[in-house]
Design a protein around this ligand. Structure first.
Ligand SMILES: [Fe+2]
Ligand SMILES: [Fe+2]
Length: 310
């Protein structure tokens, strides 16, 4: 079975990037694959771009499977309707273009079951070692402000400290003031400005992992092997290497959750895991399982063609 996979197209209707998206869609169509898998972040900023991106990919002749990414849930300004977009709008948009959103349930094709969901982050992939010596950091709460800007406020009880003293819960505020030699800088996780689950992130990651487990159970004996699909990074081994850039080190907390990978490993035969969100295409084995970051975000990244043995 041949699978063509992409992630992180980040399509934006008003940009001049459409020729690149069209070229990727053409490469997907011509890949001569049996199944198309889209692992999230079709759109740069949610809205109509999700459907427009899926419409471009709808020329692929064969089963078309997708999970959304965080950017597919984005709205310009509050009030946010994140849960409704995830549960209602995106499955409808997917269906409109002949895609099955795996979050709705597993799909069995021949002898292979595709299980999947977007997943979420739980800050456990955060960089624990300080990017540089002598940095001081203070968590800061980020919320949408006027005219799609950000508004900042102090986190009750948060004090200036060292990077090593940061805990998972500090990342829930979605912002970090850091200071080295120069003036203070602020790192922001932009999901805070464009979506709101009204639920804590760690709990969300657990729910998504449970969803994968339930899908694996539902497949039962209907397939001899399982392909897992998530948007967020499912194994800690796949997190970026330690970085000296404090802003990038901050973003590591939002990479994904190892709970997703643990749930997938409960499949009797996990043949492949496809994911995205890191924006760095890579195929590597983790705990004996082939994993593929299907990013097409970089200029030189195109669709990945993955072959499962017959
Ligand atoms: Fe992305
Ligand atoms: Fe993402």
């Amino acid at each position: 079975m041949k699978i063509v996979a992409i992630a992180d197209l980040h399509y934006s209707i008003d940009s001049d990037e459409s020729s690149r998206a069209e070229a990727i869609a053409a490469a997907v169509r011509d890949a001569d694959a049996d199944v198309l898998v889209v692992a999230g972040d079709c759109a740069a900023e949610g809205g109509d771009a999700v459907g427009a991106a899926l419409a471009m990919l709808a020329d692929f002749d064969g089963p078309r499977l997708m999970v959304p990414g965080n950017h597919d849930l984005w709205e310009d300004r509050p009030p946010f309707h994140t849960r409704r977009i995830y549960q209602q709008r995106l499955p409808e948009v997917a269906a409109e273009h002949g895609f099955t959103m795996l979050d709705q349930g597993p799909v069995v094709i021949a002898d292979t079951a595709f299980v999947g969901c977007m997943g979420w982050y739980d800050y456990s992939m955060r960089q624990q070692t300080a990017p540089r010596e002598g940095l001081t950091v203070t968590p800061i709460a980020v919320e949408p402000g006027e005219e799609s800007g950000a508004s900042f406020s102090a986190v009750p009880g948060a004090e200036e400290g060292s990077w090593d003293g940061l805990e998972a819960a500090d990342y829930a505020a979605n912002g970090l003031v850091w200071q080295g030699d120069g003036s203070p800088r602020v790192a922001v996780w932009n999901d805070a400005l464009h979506l709101d689950w009204e639920h804590d992130a760690a709990g969300l990651a657990r729910c998504f992992a449970d969803q994968l487990r339930a899908q694996i159970k539902a497949v039962g004996d209907r397939a001899r092997r399982v392909v897992g699909v998530t948007h967020f990074v499912p194994f800690v081994e796949l997190a970026e290497a330690t970085t000296e850039n404090p802003t990038r080190a901050f973003a590591r907390a939002y990479l994904g959750s190892p709970l997703l990978g643990e749930a997938l490993l409960e499949a009797r035969e996990l043949a492949l895991v496809i994911y995205g969100h890191r924006h760095h295409q890579r195929v590597v084995k983790v705990r004996g399982v082939p994993t593929a970051d299907a990013s097409v975000h970089g200029r030189n990244e195109g669709p990945l063609l993955l072959t499962l043995p017959e």
